[in-house]
Design a binder for this molecule. Structure first.
Ligand code: CO
Length: 333
Protein backbone atom coordinates (compact mmCIF):
# COMPACT_ATOMS: atom_id res chain seq x y z
CA UNK A 1 0.00 0.00 0.00
CA UNK A 2 1.52 3.35 -1.00
CA UNK A 3 2.07 6.13 1.53
CA UNK A 4 -0.12 9.06 0.45
CA UNK A 5 0.17 12.56 1.91
CA UNK A 6 -3.12 14.38 1.31
CA UNK A 7 -2.05 17.80 2.57
CA UNK A 8 0.80 19.34 0.59
CA UNK A 9 0.98 22.75 -1.08
CA UNK A 10 2.37 23.71 -4.48
CA UNK A 11 2.90 26.99 -6.31
CA UNK A 12 4.02 27.66 -9.86
CA UNK A 13 7.60 28.96 -10.05
CA UNK A 14 6.30 32.24 -11.46
CA UNK A 15 3.05 33.99 -10.65
CA UNK A 16 1.58 36.62 -12.99
CA UNK A 17 1.36 40.21 -11.78
CA UNK A 18 -2.40 40.03 -11.51
CA UNK A 19 -2.56 43.54 -10.07
CA UNK A 20 -1.35 44.92 -13.39
CA UNK A 21 -3.65 42.68 -15.38
CA UNK A 22 -6.84 43.23 -13.34
CA UNK A 23 -6.24 46.81 -12.20
CA UNK A 24 -6.51 46.29 -8.47
CA UNK A 25 -4.35 44.78 -5.77
CA UNK A 26 -4.39 42.13 -3.07
CA UNK A 27 -2.74 39.32 -5.03
CA UNK A 28 0.46 37.48 -4.17
CA UNK A 29 3.48 36.98 -6.40
CA UNK A 30 6.87 35.35 -6.03
CA UNK A 31 10.16 37.23 -5.92
CA UNK A 32 13.06 34.86 -6.45
CA UNK A 33 16.06 35.45 -4.18
CA UNK A 34 18.25 32.82 -5.85
CA UNK A 35 17.84 29.44 -7.52
CA UNK A 36 16.37 27.76 -4.45
CA UNK A 37 14.69 30.52 -2.45
CA UNK A 38 11.89 33.01 -3.02
CA UNK A 39 9.71 35.41 -1.14
CA UNK A 40 5.93 35.42 -1.45
CA UNK A 41 4.98 39.09 -1.65
CA UNK A 42 1.63 40.76 -1.57
CA UNK A 43 1.42 43.27 -4.37
CA UNK A 44 1.45 46.12 -1.86
CA UNK A 45 5.01 44.94 -1.15
CA UNK A 46 4.18 43.32 2.21
CA UNK A 47 6.06 40.03 2.65
CA UNK A 48 3.84 37.01 3.25
CA UNK A 49 6.33 34.17 3.63
CA UNK A 50 9.79 33.05 2.53
CA UNK A 51 9.75 29.77 0.68
CA UNK A 52 12.17 27.28 -0.80
CA UNK A 53 12.29 25.46 -4.10
CA UNK A 54 10.39 22.47 -2.73
CA UNK A 55 7.28 24.68 -2.99
CA UNK A 56 7.51 24.72 -6.81
CA UNK A 57 10.09 22.14 -7.93
CA UNK A 58 8.69 18.64 -8.62
CA UNK A 59 12.22 17.20 -8.57
CA UNK A 60 12.98 18.69 -5.15
CA UNK A 61 9.68 17.37 -3.82
CA UNK A 62 10.23 13.86 -5.17
CA UNK A 63 13.73 13.75 -3.67
CA UNK A 64 12.35 14.72 -0.26
CA UNK A 65 9.48 12.25 -0.59
CA UNK A 66 11.96 9.48 -1.37
CA UNK A 67 13.91 10.31 1.79
CA UNK A 68 10.71 10.41 3.88
CA UNK A 69 9.12 7.27 2.40
CA UNK A 70 6.19 9.17 0.88
CA UNK A 71 5.02 7.58 -2.37
CA UNK A 72 2.34 10.06 -3.41
CA UNK A 73 1.77 13.72 -2.61
CA UNK A 74 -1.68 15.19 -3.12
CA UNK A 75 -0.99 18.71 -4.37
CA UNK A 76 -3.09 21.78 -3.64
CA UNK A 77 -2.41 25.48 -3.89
CA UNK A 78 -1.35 27.67 -0.96
CA UNK A 79 -4.60 28.97 0.58
CA UNK A 80 -3.48 32.61 0.31
CA UNK A 81 -3.99 32.09 -3.44
CA UNK A 82 -7.76 31.39 -3.09
CA UNK A 83 -8.45 35.07 -3.95
CA UNK A 84 -12.15 34.75 -3.08
CA UNK A 85 -12.23 38.52 -2.56
CA UNK A 86 -11.41 39.17 -6.24
CA UNK A 87 -13.99 39.93 -8.94
CA UNK A 88 -15.63 36.66 -10.08
CA UNK A 89 -14.16 36.49 -13.56
CA UNK A 90 -10.70 37.43 -12.23
CA UNK A 91 -10.92 34.80 -9.51
CA UNK A 92 -11.86 32.27 -12.19
CA UNK A 93 -8.81 33.24 -14.24
CA UNK A 94 -6.51 32.86 -11.21
CA UNK A 95 -8.02 29.45 -10.49
CA UNK A 96 -7.60 28.29 -14.09
CA UNK A 97 -3.96 29.38 -14.11
CA UNK A 98 -3.17 27.58 -10.85
CA UNK A 99 -5.12 24.46 -11.86
CA UNK A 100 -3.46 24.21 -15.27
CA UNK A 101 -0.05 24.39 -13.60
CA UNK A 102 -0.96 21.90 -10.88
CA UNK A 103 -2.33 19.45 -13.46
CA UNK A 104 0.87 19.76 -15.50
CA UNK A 105 2.92 18.77 -12.46
CA UNK A 106 0.64 15.77 -11.84
CA UNK A 107 0.92 14.77 -15.50
CA UNK A 108 4.71 14.96 -15.28
CA UNK A 109 4.86 12.33 -12.52
CA UNK A 110 1.46 10.64 -12.23
CA UNK A 111 2.83 7.89 -10.01
CA UNK A 112 4.02 10.47 -7.46
CA UNK A 113 1.44 13.26 -7.55
CA UNK A 114 -2.33 13.62 -7.41
CA UNK A 115 -4.04 16.97 -7.52
CA UNK A 116 -6.77 19.03 -5.86
CA UNK A 117 -7.75 22.14 -7.80
CA UNK A 118 -8.90 25.52 -6.54
CA UNK A 119 -12.22 27.19 -7.38
CA UNK A 120 -13.58 30.76 -7.62
CA UNK A 121 -15.97 30.05 -4.74
CA UNK A 122 -17.14 33.70 -4.66
CA UNK A 123 -19.02 32.89 -7.86
CA UNK A 124 -20.60 29.44 -7.35
CA UNK A 125 -21.71 29.01 -10.95
CA UNK A 126 -18.16 29.70 -12.17
CA UNK A 127 -16.85 27.41 -9.42
CA UNK A 128 -19.02 24.55 -10.68
CA UNK A 129 -17.74 25.11 -14.21
CA UNK A 130 -14.11 25.06 -13.04
CA UNK A 131 -14.77 22.01 -10.85
CA UNK A 132 -16.06 20.14 -13.89
CA UNK A 133 -12.97 21.18 -15.86
CA UNK A 134 -10.69 20.08 -13.00
CA UNK A 135 -12.20 16.61 -12.93
CA UNK A 136 -13.15 15.93 -16.54
CA UNK A 137 -10.41 17.76 -18.44
CA UNK A 138 -7.47 18.06 -16.07
CA UNK A 139 -7.91 14.69 -14.37
CA UNK A 140 -7.65 16.09 -10.85
CA UNK A 141 -9.07 14.12 -7.92
CA UNK A 142 -11.08 16.98 -6.47
CA UNK A 143 -10.64 20.44 -5.02
CA UNK A 144 -9.39 22.31 -2.01
CA UNK A 145 -11.66 25.07 -0.70
CA UNK A 146 -11.44 27.57 2.15
CA UNK A 147 -13.10 27.23 5.54
CA UNK A 148 -15.38 30.09 4.54
CA UNK A 149 -15.90 32.27 1.45
CA UNK A 150 -15.86 35.96 2.35
CA UNK A 151 -19.09 36.44 4.37
CA UNK A 152 -20.42 32.98 3.57
CA UNK A 153 -19.89 30.05 5.89
CA UNK A 154 -20.00 26.64 4.22
CA UNK A 155 -23.65 26.32 5.27
CA UNK A 156 -24.63 29.21 3.02
CA UNK A 157 -27.26 28.21 0.45
CA UNK A 158 -25.21 30.00 -2.22
CA UNK A 159 -22.47 27.37 -1.95
CA UNK A 160 -24.68 24.29 -2.01
CA UNK A 161 -24.52 23.89 -5.78
CA UNK A 162 -20.73 23.50 -5.55
CA UNK A 163 -21.00 20.70 -3.00
CA UNK A 164 -23.78 19.08 -5.04
CA UNK A 165 -21.60 19.18 -8.15
CA UNK A 166 -18.65 17.67 -6.25
CA UNK A 167 -20.89 14.88 -5.00
CA UNK A 168 -22.23 14.22 -8.49
CA UNK A 169 -18.76 14.23 -10.07
CA UNK A 170 -17.27 12.06 -7.33
CA UNK A 171 -14.74 14.79 -6.57
CA UNK A 172 -13.06 14.86 -3.17
CA UNK A 173 -13.34 18.18 -1.30
CA UNK A 174 -10.57 19.22 1.08
CA UNK A 175 -11.41 22.11 3.43
CA UNK A 176 -8.43 24.20 4.50
CA UNK A 177 -8.49 27.09 7.00
CA UNK A 178 -7.72 30.53 5.63
CA UNK A 179 -8.53 34.23 6.22
CA UNK A 180 -8.72 33.54 9.92
CA UNK A 181 -11.42 34.99 12.12
CA UNK A 182 -10.39 37.48 14.78
CA UNK A 183 -7.12 38.44 13.13
CA UNK A 184 -7.40 42.01 14.42
CA UNK A 185 -6.95 40.67 17.96
CA UNK A 186 -4.31 38.12 16.94
CA UNK A 187 -1.44 40.32 15.89
CA UNK A 188 1.04 38.69 18.26
CA UNK A 189 2.35 35.19 18.93
CA UNK A 190 1.39 33.77 15.48
CA UNK A 191 -2.14 33.46 16.88
CA UNK A 192 -3.97 33.33 13.53
CA UNK A 193 -2.15 30.06 12.85
CA UNK A 194 -2.32 28.69 16.40
CA UNK A 195 -5.83 29.75 17.45
CA UNK A 196 -7.58 31.03 14.33
CA UNK A 197 -6.90 28.04 12.09
CA UNK A 198 -8.28 25.39 14.47
CA UNK A 199 -11.34 27.60 15.06
CA UNK A 200 -11.83 28.01 11.30
CA UNK A 201 -11.84 24.24 10.76
CA UNK A 202 -14.38 23.70 13.55
CA UNK A 203 -16.51 26.48 12.07
CA UNK A 204 -16.39 24.71 8.70
CA UNK A 205 -17.32 21.28 10.13
CA UNK A 206 -20.17 22.72 12.22
CA UNK A 207 -21.40 24.62 9.16
CA UNK A 208 -21.65 21.57 6.90
CA UNK A 209 -23.29 19.57 9.71
CA UNK A 210 -25.80 22.13 10.98
CA UNK A 211 -26.43 23.52 7.51
CA UNK A 212 -27.57 20.10 6.33
CA UNK A 213 -24.92 19.75 3.61
CA UNK A 214 -23.89 16.27 4.76
CA UNK A 215 -27.54 15.28 5.28
CA UNK A 216 -28.54 16.31 1.77
CA UNK A 217 -25.43 14.91 0.07
CA UNK A 218 -24.71 11.50 1.61
CA UNK A 219 -22.23 10.63 -1.16
CA UNK A 220 -20.11 13.77 -0.76
CA UNK A 221 -16.52 12.87 0.14
CA UNK A 222 -15.36 15.83 2.22
CA UNK A 223 -12.21 16.07 4.33
CA UNK A 224 -10.91 18.67 6.74
CA UNK A 225 -7.38 19.79 7.50
CA UNK A 226 -5.52 19.69 10.81
CA UNK A 227 -7.39 16.73 12.25
CA UNK A 228 -10.63 18.71 12.30
CA UNK A 229 -9.06 21.64 14.19
CA UNK A 230 -10.90 22.53 17.38
CA UNK A 231 -13.89 20.31 16.51
CA UNK A 232 -12.83 17.02 18.17
CA UNK A 233 -11.74 18.76 21.37
CA UNK A 234 -15.06 20.58 21.70
CA UNK A 235 -17.42 17.97 20.28
CA UNK A 236 -19.02 17.36 23.69
CA UNK A 237 -19.90 21.03 23.95
CA UNK A 238 -21.21 21.14 20.39
CA UNK A 239 -23.39 18.06 20.95
CA UNK A 240 -24.65 19.41 24.29
CA UNK A 241 -25.48 22.72 22.66
CA UNK A 242 -27.51 20.90 20.01
CA UNK A 243 -29.45 18.99 22.69
CA UNK A 244 -29.98 21.87 25.09
CA UNK A 245 -30.86 24.62 22.63
CA UNK A 246 -32.26 22.99 19.50
CA UNK A 247 -34.15 26.24 18.91
CA UNK A 248 -30.77 27.83 18.14
CA UNK A 249 -28.78 24.94 16.71
CA UNK A 250 -31.17 22.51 14.98
CA UNK A 251 -32.81 25.13 12.80
CA UNK A 252 -31.67 23.78 9.42
CA UNK A 253 -31.08 20.08 10.14
CA UNK A 254 -32.63 17.85 12.80
CA UNK A 255 -29.67 15.46 12.97
CA UNK A 256 -27.30 15.69 15.97
CA UNK A 257 -23.62 16.31 15.26
CA UNK A 258 -22.45 13.00 16.69
CA UNK A 259 -24.47 11.21 14.03
CA UNK A 260 -21.99 12.50 11.45
CA UNK A 261 -18.87 11.03 13.04
CA UNK A 262 -17.55 8.65 10.41
CA UNK A 263 -19.19 10.59 7.56
CA UNK A 264 -16.25 12.87 6.82
CA UNK A 265 -12.47 12.60 6.67
CA UNK A 266 -9.72 14.52 8.48
CA UNK A 267 -5.97 14.61 8.05
CA UNK A 268 -3.56 13.47 10.74
CA UNK A 269 -1.83 16.81 11.33
CA UNK A 270 -2.30 17.15 15.10
CA UNK A 271 1.30 16.89 16.41
CA UNK A 272 0.24 14.88 19.46
CA UNK A 273 -0.17 11.13 19.85
CA UNK A 274 -3.10 11.41 22.27
CA UNK A 275 -4.96 13.68 19.87
CA UNK A 276 -4.25 11.26 17.02
CA UNK A 277 -5.70 8.43 19.11
CA UNK A 278 -8.75 10.59 19.83
CA UNK A 279 -9.46 11.52 16.22
CA UNK A 280 -9.09 7.91 15.09
CA UNK A 281 -11.51 6.88 17.85
CA UNK A 282 -14.00 9.66 17.03
CA UNK A 283 -13.90 9.78 13.24
CA UNK A 284 -12.97 6.15 12.55
CA UNK A 285 -10.00 4.04 11.51
CA UNK A 286 -10.99 4.58 7.90
CA UNK A 287 -11.49 8.35 8.13
CA UNK A 288 -8.05 9.68 9.17
CA UNK A 289 -5.43 10.25 6.44
CA UNK A 290 -1.81 11.23 6.51
CA UNK A 291 -1.49 14.98 5.97
CA UNK A 292 1.76 16.85 6.56
CA UNK A 293 1.20 20.44 5.30
CA UNK A 294 4.43 20.04 3.31
CA UNK A 295 6.53 22.14 2.89
CA UNK A 296 5.54 24.59 5.63
CA UNK A 297 6.99 24.92 9.13
CA UNK A 298 3.80 24.11 11.06
CA UNK A 299 3.63 20.83 9.22
CA UNK A 300 4.98 17.40 10.09
CA UNK A 301 8.63 17.54 9.06
CA UNK A 302 8.83 13.77 8.72
CA UNK A 303 5.47 12.88 7.17
CA UNK A 304 3.94 9.83 8.82
CA UNK A 305 6.19 9.89 11.90
CA UNK A 306 3.31 10.65 14.27
CA UNK A 307 1.15 7.83 12.90
CA UNK A 308 4.05 5.37 13.09
CA UNK A 309 4.82 6.47 16.67
CA UNK A 310 1.52 5.19 18.09
CA UNK A 311 1.87 1.43 18.65
CA UNK A 312 -1.82 0.82 19.39
CA UNK A 313 -2.58 1.99 15.86
CA UNK A 314 -0.13 -0.46 14.26
CA UNK A 315 -2.94 -2.57 12.81
CA UNK A 316 -4.34 0.49 11.06
CA UNK A 317 -1.08 2.06 9.87
CA UNK A 318 -1.60 1.08 6.23
CA UNK A 319 -5.04 2.60 6.22
CA UNK A 320 -3.96 5.81 7.95
CA UNK A 321 -0.86 6.19 5.79
CA UNK A 322 -2.42 5.54 2.41
CA UNK A 323 -5.52 3.43 1.90
CA UNK A 324 -7.97 5.89 3.47
CA UNK A 325 -6.60 8.68 1.30
CA UNK A 326 -7.00 6.67 -1.90
CA UNK A 327 -10.58 5.79 -1.00
CA UNK A 328 -11.36 9.45 -0.19
CA UNK A 329 -9.85 10.48 -3.50
CA UNK A 330 -11.76 7.81 -5.37
CA UNK A 331 -8.56 6.20 -6.60
CA UNK A 332 -7.94 2.45 -6.80
CA UNK A 333 -6.20 0.96 -3.77
CO1 CO B 1 -1.94 23.59 4.66
Amino acid sequence: MPVVDVHTHLLPPELPRWKERFGYGGFVHLEHLGPCRARMLRDDGQPFREVEENLWSPAARIAECDRAGVDVQVLSTVPVMFSYWAKPEDGAEVARFLNDHLASVVAGAPQRFLGLGTLPMQAPALAVRELERCVKTLGLSGVQIGSHVNDWNLSDPALFEVFAAASELGAAVFVHPWDMMGEARMQRYWLPWLVGMPAEVSLAICSVIFGGVLERLPALRIGFAHGGGAFPGTLGRIQHGFESRPDLVAVDSPVPPRAYLGRFWVDSLVHDPDMLRLIVKLFGEDRVMLGSDYPFPLGESEPGALIRSVPELAATHERLLGENALRWLGRPC
